[in-house]
Design a protein around this ligand. Structure first.
Ligand code: DX5
Ligand code: ZN
Length: 216
């Protein structure tokens, strides 16, 4: 199965959100990645649930919601009502992660757990069997357009091996600094989903870039 592409709307033109979503709809993108930040878990604030609610009726790609917030378990209902396909919560923000993962699935969504660059994959040992996806951050979360952390490739490789050893069906998504070169390294290492923000939206032809990322 070929890898998926999830363009991140964070890098889009917010004055033209409808057009930007339509651009994704008619592209080879597999999912739309949506970044929610609270200014506490990460040193930045993006957009919130009203924006997701407005996107829901016009978005024809599954919505991949990445919550960079403290206490993400408080918002399972809101994320589900906003039409999310996948809800990603940070490991570092979740005290009772097993309970939160259960609540996400009960609400009808797929469950993803996100790791900051410094968080070892070994911490997932006793939750991996319960997950639909692991989202590995390849930059420190909070901002688009940052430089890719090279060590992430090795992290993907090791996580892929662990998933295979355990015979599990868990996707690996990578987020931050993805371009054609880093994307190719990540897919070779075993990444299933690539998030790309600036590389897609700062190009005059985002659909062409999405296609290039899809056919690495
Ligand atoms: C960063 C966000 C990313 C961001 C990626 O905290 O989680 O999804 O949009 O942007 P690029 O691809 O520009 O690094
Ligand atoms: Zn993200």
């Amino acid at each position: 199965m070929s890898h998926k592409i999830a363009p991140s709307l964070l890098a889009a033109n917010f004055l033209e959100l409808g057009k930007e979503v339509e651009l994704i709809n008619t592209s080879e993108a597999d999912w739309l990645h949506l970044d929610i930040m609270d200014g506490v878990f990460v040193p930045n604030i993006s957009f919130g649930f009203p924006v997701l609610q407005d996107i829901k009726p016009i978005c024809r790609k599954p919505m991949d919601v990445h919550l960079m917030i403290v206490e993400p378990q408080k918002f399972v209902k809101e994320v589900a009502e906003a039409g999310a396909y996948m809800m990603n919560v940070h490991y570092e923000a979740s005290t009772h992660l097993h309970r939160t993962v259960g609540a996400i699935k009960e609400a009808g969504m797929k469950a993803g757990v996100t790791l900051n660059p410094h968080t070892p994959i070994s911490l997932l040992e006793d939750i991996l069997y319960d997950l639909d996806m692991v989202l590995l951050m390849s930059v420190n979360p909070g901002f688009g357009g940052q430089r890719f952390i090279e060590h992430s490739v090795d992290k993907v490789f090791r996580l892929k091996n662990r998933i295979r050893e355990k015979g599990l069906d868990v996707l690996i998504e990578v987020d931050g600094g993805v371009n054609l070169e880093t994307g190719r390294q990540l897919v070779e290492a075993g990444a299933d989903v690539l998030v790309a923000g600036n590389f897609v939206f700062s190009n005059p032809d985002p659909q062409k870039i999405i296609s290039e990322l899809k056919h690495l």
